[in-house]
Design a protein around this ligand. Structure first.
Ligand code: GAF
Length: 385
């Protein structure tokens, strides 16, 4: 799918004139580092080749209109009425970004409105950050159109603020950072405390490896339930242990944590502390020995999410186990959990057999037929036209 051509075409059809530009931003796969971002820890995601594109046209008044290929109803709002509470539904993502730019220094009282048209090839609800892709594409487009010159880490914070305050999901900074900072064939090693980012070559293709995504089609939502509960447990654990965030704990603090905390909170803490270490180990191993050697960390990450953080579901476990039994270098669920996708790093030539094995394992258990596809580490947000 050519998201950019589709966005420009959709804009012209919808608004009856040509857009003045088009921008796009990718979804992401998190290679490792789950639920560590809001604990000030480490993450290592990469941008994927599924993208969201936004075509933009200028206006003489102060109205923002937004239409898309995936939502029936277009939405419009006057810039004077742009508040978090005024926004709902899918338009909370793009319009929330416009509001959040104002919170990061944009003088929204003196900008003109715009027309936007959005298309996307990032599957929705698959745990591949379709929402961060919208936020990042719109943030980059409005930043440039309104002449704000905010840097990319700030645009990531803009997207996160829209997600937290407007959409109402208490998520961290990882997804927007991956979407804005990603580069072809590379991962984004991000310290979520300092926001220092290192773009590190992954070398999957050069080593004959593919990254297979298994979208279980079990729907998840971060605005409700488990995600917020996990975040609250982590914050309670940090408070009880007298640290600012779980980032401040090391592996040898775990015995003290176990003595002080109830069993459930301790296991939440242990996941985060060990996961931070696995991110560091993965990055070091990748640099020293290449992607074929990182599998044990991916596998251990999944076990930790399944048993300690308890965010996996039977479909994700089955995808991971089947991948491991069919020659994967490593496999784990990716993203916030409670559904969404698993990933398997596997030799190119084994992909067809693994795909068949996962489909038949799902059919045997009576699970919904999953969607399977390979993704390629790709360039982050950019202006396309
Ligand atoms: C979701 C959130 F949006 C991220 O910030 C991150 O916490 C992730 O879940 C879990 O690692 O994608």
């Amino acid at each position: 799918m050519n998201e950019v051509a589709d966005a420009m075409h959709g804009f012209a059809e919808w608004y009856g004139r040509r857009p003045i530009g088009a921008w796009s931003a990718p979804g992401r796969v998190n290679l490792i580092g789950e639920h560590t971002d809001y604990n000030d820890g480490f993450v290592f995601p990469f941008a994927i080749d599924q993208r969201t594109a936004v075509a933009l046209g200028d206006r003489d008044d102060r109205v923002i209109r937004v239409a898309s290929s995936f939502a029936a109803e277009p939405v419009q709002v006057h810039l004077d009425e742009l508040t978090p509470d005024a926004l709902e539904g899918w338009a909370a993502y793009p319009l929330g970004v416009a509001w959040a730019l104002g919170e990061h220094g944009a003088d929204l009282e003196h900008v003109r409105g715009v027309d936007l048209y959005i298309t996307s090839s990032v599957p929705i609800g698959a745990g591949l950050s379709s929402s961060a892709a919208i936020e990042s594409a719109v943030a980059l487009a409005l930043d440039e159109h309104w002449g704000l010159n905010l840097d990319r880490p700030t645009l990531a914070k803009v997207g996160q603020l829209a997600e937290n305050r407007v959409v109402g999901a208490p998520t961290g900074i990882m997804d927007q950072s991956a979407s804005l900072l990603g580069e072809a064939d590379a991962g984004v090693f991000l310290d979520c405390r300092s926001l220092d980012a290192d773009v590190i070559p992954l070398g999957f293709a050069a080593h004959g490896l593919s990254l297979l995504v298994v979208d279980t089609r079990v729907e998840h939502a971060h605005a409700s339930g488990g995600y917020a509960a996990r975040r609250a447990s982590c914050e309670a654990g940090a408070r009880a242990l007298g640290v600012e965030s779980l980032r401040d704990l090391r592996l040898d603090d775990l015995p003290r944590a176990q003595a002080l905390l109830d069993d459930e909170t301790f296991r939440r803490v242990r996941h985060v502390v060990t996961e931070d270490q696995r991110v560091l180990d993965t990055v070091r191993t990748l640099r020293e020995r290449g992607p074929g050697a990182i599998g044990p960390f991916l596998d251990a990450s999944h076990v930790s999410m399944r048993d300690d953080f308890e965010i996996s579901v039977p479909e994700l476990d089955l995808a991971v186990e089947t991948a491991q039994a069919n020659g994967a270098v490593g496999a784990r669920m990716t993203g916030g959990g409670f559904g969404g996708s698993a990933i398997a790093l596997i030799a190119d030539e084994l992909v067809p057999d693994l795909t068949r094995a996962i489909r038949s394992a799902f059919a045997e258990r009576g699970y919904r037929d999953p969607s399977l596809f390979t993704v390629h580490p790709s360039q982050g947000a950019r202006r396309d036209a």
